[in-house]
Design a protein around this ligand. Structure first.
Ligand code: HEC
Length: 189
C-alpha cells in the first residue's frame, strides 16, 4: 500500500521508533549491553538454491538493510544490490551513546566467517550495543549466519568504515536519529 508522499517521513519515523523500542527495552532491563542467553533453535534454516541466494533473502527479511544500507527505508528498498550493506553514517543515539550501523561490505572482507558467526551469536562478546538486534541474530542458525556472510562478502568491498561509536552524553559530530523515549508531556523518564 503506497503511502501518500507527505505522510512518509512520519510513517518512517514511527517504524523506526517501533524497531527501536524492543532492543531498547531489552538493553534497559539487562542493565547494559545485550547478553543473549536463550539457546538458539538447533535446526531451523532457510532453504534456497545456494548459500548466496539464502543470504540475499535473509539480509532482506532479517532487516539488515534497514540499518546497514543508507536510505533503504526512504527509497522503499529500491537500492541496487551493488550498493547495499555498505553502512550508514547517520548515527543511532540513545542511552547507550551513539552507534553506527557498520559497513558489512568491508567487514566481511577482513573478518573470517567463523568470527562473523561468533560476533552475531554473542553480541560481539557482550560489547555490542543497540539498536543492532543482537538478541535476534543470536537465535539464527549457524547455517543462516554463514549464508549471509557468503552473500555479503561476495558482493565485494565498497565504501568506507563508519564513524566510531560516541559514548553516552557526548555530542556526535554526524547527523543522528534520537532513540530516547519521550513520555506524553515531554519527560524523558
Ligand atoms: C535497527 C538497526 C539494525 C539492524 C536491523 C541491524 N543492524 Fe547490525 N548493527 C547496527 C548497529 C547500530 C551496529 C553497531 C553496534 C555497536 O556499535 O555495538 C551494528 C553492528 C553489526 C555488526 C558488528 C559490526 C562490527 O564492527 O563488529 C554486524 C556483524 C551486524 N551489525 C550485522 C547485522 C546483520 C547481519 C543484520 C541483519 C540480520 C543486522 N546487522 C541488522 C544496526 C542494525
Amino acid at each position: 500500500m503506497p503511502l501518500p508522499a507527505r505522510l512518509r517521513p512520519a510513517a518512517l519515523a514511527a517504524c523506526a521508533a517501533l524497531a527501536a523500542a524492543v532492543p531498547l527495552l531489552a538493553w534497559q532491563s539487562a542493565g547494559g549491553p545485550a547478553s543473549p542467553s536463550a539457546a538458539p533453535p538447533a535446526s531451523a534454516y532457510v532453504h534456497a538454491a545456494s548459500p548466496v541466494a539464502a543470504g540475499r533473502y535473509l539480509t532482506i527479511v532479517g532487516g539488515c538493510n534497514d540499518c546497514h544500507t543508507e536510505r533503504w527505508g526512504e527509497t522503499d528498498g529500491k537500492i541496487p544490490e551493488a550498493e547495499r550493506l555498505a553502512g550508514n553514517p547517520v548515527g543511532y543515539r540513545g542511552p547507550w551513546g551513539t552507534t553506527y550501523a557498520a559497513n558489512l561490505r568491508m567487514l566481511t572482507q577482513r573478518m573470517t566467517e567463523d568470527r562473523w558467526v561468533q560476533t552475531l551469536k554473542t553480541a560481539d562478546g557482550g560489547d555490542g550495543s543497540p539498536p543492532m538486534p543482537w538478541m535476534n541474530t543470536a537465535q539464527m542458525s549457524d547455517r543462516d549466519l554463514r549464508a549471509m556472510y557468503r552473500y555479503i562478502r561476495g558482493l565485494g568491498p565498497r565504501g568506507e568504515r563508519m564513524p566510531r561509536g560516541v559514548p553516552p552524553g557526548q555530542e556526535p559530530t554526524t547527523p543522528y536519529v534520537s532513540f530516547t523515549p519521550v513520555q506524553p508531556g515531554g519527560s524523558t523518564r
